[in-house]
Design a protein around this ligand. Structure first.
Ligand SMILES: [Zn+2]
Ligand SMILES: [Zn+2]
Length: 334
């Protein structure tokens, strides 16, 4: 079967590897679609993210959905032919984080396409049954694969304790910012503003329902106004303006991955106005909810998929994700 490898920095290769066999409690899934994430592009271009360094060839991709091809002993939550979305992180389920339900913080996690763990941009994958989520009827594997980035949005909304009628600001109109925005709509936001420095991205956000779009090259968001602010860029200036934009007593959720130590963050402002700043890392217990929301608005979500490629065109797909400003989610169809 085919697998899309990062052979070394800046070099992608499609290779033939043996088809896996499901063991006890595992499911064999024929992967139909795998989205390209910013992290995949980053590993391809730079060979590492923080302490995670690609030292040997690694299969890319962690945003996948497909069709159940076989089930191992005891894996009876799904059956052959079901369309399923794959939650990427295999956790230890033994540490205090896992036992307390904070499994996204497990330090033993084996997450698709995070070195040295292989990703899921391949024709077949074996995965633990509890991480194989059945998709609501009528939802394609391709659109269902968006449950991965959308889960980031669902999780961030929970951390902000977001309530219906509240106002949200999203910094960054890439796929994660868009997913946060859509999660805020679903949570009943009365107003969602979104910022970026690229007009194309802002136009897309507007078309998807943003109430206000702000090009941060020209203007900043309102100060002390939003109940919840979601920082999805990792850019120093945005992290600072996130705190300033939150109303007193409001919540700021930091999602973007920036430099190791950011300086010039107005923490005193957060202290004096009781703005709560939350870190947000991946997601936990989001997949079934995320899939239901995606199914309910599948026409809207399908607009996020702007480009489609085959496995053999993987390199072109990555180029598109890297360079094409019109790209939102680039999909590799296996
Ligand atoms: Zn992702
Ligand atoms: Zn654990």
């Amino acid at each position: 079967m085919k697998a899309v490898y990062l052979e070394e920095t800046k070099r992608i290769a499609v290779k033939d590897v043996p088809k896996p066999v499901p063991g006890k409690g595992e499911v064999l899934v024929k992967v139909d679609a795998c989205g390209i994430c910013g992290s995949d592009v980053h590993y391809w271009q730079h060979g590492k993210i923080g302490d995670f360094v690609v030292r040997e060839p690694m299969i890319l991709g962690h945003e996948a959905a497909g069709t159940v091809a076989a089930v191992g002993e005891g894996a009876d939550s799904v059956k052959v032919g079901d369309i399923v979305a794959l939650e990427p992180g295999i956790t230890c389920m033994k540490c205090d984080k896992c036992r307390n339900g904070l499994y996204n913080l497990c330090s033993e996690v084996r997450f698709f396409a995070t070195p040295p763990v292989d990703g899921v941009m391949k024709e077949f994958v074996v995965h633990p049954a509890e991480l194989v989520h059945p998709v609501p009827a009528g939802l394609s594997a391709q659109v269902a694969s968006l449950a991965e980035p959308f889960s980031v949005g669902v999780h961030a909304l929970r951390l902000a304790k977001f309530e219906a009628g509240q106002k949200a600001l999203v910094l960054g109109a890439g796929i994660i910012g868009i997913c946060v925005m859509l999660a805020a709509f679903e949570a009943g936001a009365s107003e969602v503003a979104i910022t970026d420095i690229q007009d194309l991205r802002l136009e897309r956000a507007k078309a998807l329902g943003a109430d206000e779009i702000i090009n941060s090259k020209n203007a900043g968001p309102k100060h002390q106004y939003y109940d919840a602010v979601f920082e999805c860029t990792g850019v120093q200036e945005c992290a600072a303006s996130a705190i300033k934009a939150a109303r007193s007593g409001g919540n700021v959720v930091m999602i973007g991955m920036g430099p190791d130590d950011m300086t010039r963050i107005p923490l005193l402002d957060a202290v004096c106005r009781e703005v709560s700043v939350h870190g947000s890392f991946r997601y936990r217990n989001t997949y079934p909810v995320a899939l239901d929301i995606i199914a309910k608005h599948k026409d809207l979500f399908s607009k996020l998929i702007t480009h489609n490629f085959t496995a053999d065109e993987a390199e072109k797909a990555f180029m598109t994700a890297l360079q094409d400003p019109s790209a939102c989610k680039v999909m590799v169809n296996l």
